[in-house]
Design a protein around this ligand. Structure first.
Ligand SMILES: [Zn+2]
Length: 70
């Protein structure tokens, strides 16, 4: 089971790094310490989504591995 990000305003679900970069081009993605690097084709487990959203000032909600932003 992998982390996902659902963007409510766009009705888009992101499951891999390239999708998240496309939807949030101005957001700096912060790497999860457990992984050596971030590759475009990786699942979103490589991203520390809490830290990423907090640093970017994006409000989010999460249920387990599923994150939602506006
Ligand atoms: Zn994963």
């Amino acid at each position: 089971m992998c982390q996902t990000v659902y963007i409510k305003s766009k009705k888009v679900e992101c499951e891999i790094v390239s999708e998240l970069k496309k939807e949030l081009p101005n957001v700096v993605l912060i790497k999860n310490e457990m992984y050596p690097q971030i590759n475009d084709g990786d699942c979103l487990c490589v991203i520390d989504l809490e830290k990423t959203f907090e640093k970017a000032g994006i409000d989010y909600s999460s249920r387990g591995m599923d994150f939602e932003i506006d």
